[in-house]
Design a protein around this ligand. Structure first.
Ligand SMILES: Nc1ncnc2c1ncn2[C@@H]1O[C@H](COP(=O)(O)OP(=O)(O)OP(=O)(O)O)[C@@H](O)[C@H]1O
Length: 276
């Protein structure tokens, strides 16, 4: 069988509105990738993930690092079930995610992306997007967790302040905190943080980082790290290169190994950042 046909057979359409599948009660948020391969249908010649195995559990933060194109975002896409893996399996609390209801799965995962998008509407509307039917009290609680309540309170219109294209201009740090509040309002068991590459001023960065550190408590967190200086605190750092997990460990362990991570940290410019 041609590779392309194999991919086609192994990638059923994922219907995000389907009512099928498990909705595990008392979900904890443990995650495991077991021998995961992934190939995009449009690029059958490229194995984007090659036998990736990793696991993590509630209360822990793992960081994914590696050169551009090494597969970090793809790992997150598979966990969100935007695509199904080509081989192996991804489980949450031991359940293959292909057996789990897709809508339910995505509700368990709070995503804070690199460049948060705020929609035209009020601050409340933007935070409420994270959970349909959230009350004003829920919104303020999420904003407090995200270190956003205090700056929102200082706006004349408070939570009714309009943001987005036609609203108040917000700083990068303020937008990020609104996005964090949006991710936290559903009290997700899993947090996916696609770390910002754009520089915030150091004061905003400290407030955002503090909000994220609070947000990670009691959840399973995966950070896609673009700035190596911020991954040191992760419980386990996974280093990827061309779709393969090359090494895993704490910052100190990986520095002592003097392998890929060490090279990325000590001399980023010498590492081929665009291998593909
Ligand atoms: N939709 C797609 N179709 C085909 N190939 C893709 C698609 N998305 C990503 N790729 C390829 O898959 C590989 C892994 O990409 P991925 O985005 O996971 O890497 P990454 O490590 O997150 O990179 P970066 O640090 O630049 O965000 C790259 O070679 C990329 O070109």
């Amino acid at each position: 069988m041609h590779l392309h046909e194999t991919v086609f057979l192994q990638k059923p359409r994922i219907d995000s509105r389907s009512e099928d599948g498990l909705r595990p009660e008392q979900f904890i948020g443990n995650i495991e990738f077991e021998g995961v391969d992934f190939i995009y249908e449009s690029r059958p010649e490229l194995k984007v993930l090659d036998q990736v195995s990793l696991k993590t559990e509630v209360g822990k933060t793992i960081a994914l690092v590696g050169p551009s194109g090494s597969g970090k975002s793809t790992i997150c896409h598979l966990l969100l079930r935007l695509y199904d893996c080509t081989a192996g399996r991804v489980t949450v609390d031991g359940h293959d995610i292909r057996d789990v209801n897709v809508k339910w799965l995505r509700q368990q995962i709070g995503v804070v992306s690199q460049e948060p998008v705020l929609f035209d509407g009020s601050i409340s509307d933007n935070i409420r997007l994270g959970r349909e039917g959230a009350t004003q009290a829920d919104i303020e609680e999420a904003a407090k967790m995200a270190n956003a309540h205090n700056f929102i309170r200082r706006f004349r219109e408070k939570y009714n302040t309009l943001v987005g294209q036609h609203g108040t201009q917000m700083s990068g740090g303020q937008k990020q905190r609104i996005a964090i509040a949006r991710a936290l309002i559903s009290n997700p068991r899993i947090l996916l943080l696609d770390e910002a590459t754009s520089a915030l001023d150091s004061e905003s960065e400290a407030v955002v980082r503090d909000a994220l550190e609070k947000a990670c408590k009691g959840r399973t967190t995966i950070v896609v790290a673009h700035r190596l200086s911020t991954v040191r605190k992760a419980d386990v750092i996974h280093c990827l290169s061309q779709g393969r997990l090359i090494e895993s460990g704490s910052h100190d362990e990986l520095m002592a190994r003097e392998g890929l991570y060490y090279n990325l940290v000590t001399n980023q410019t010498e590492v081929d950042l665009h291998p593909c």
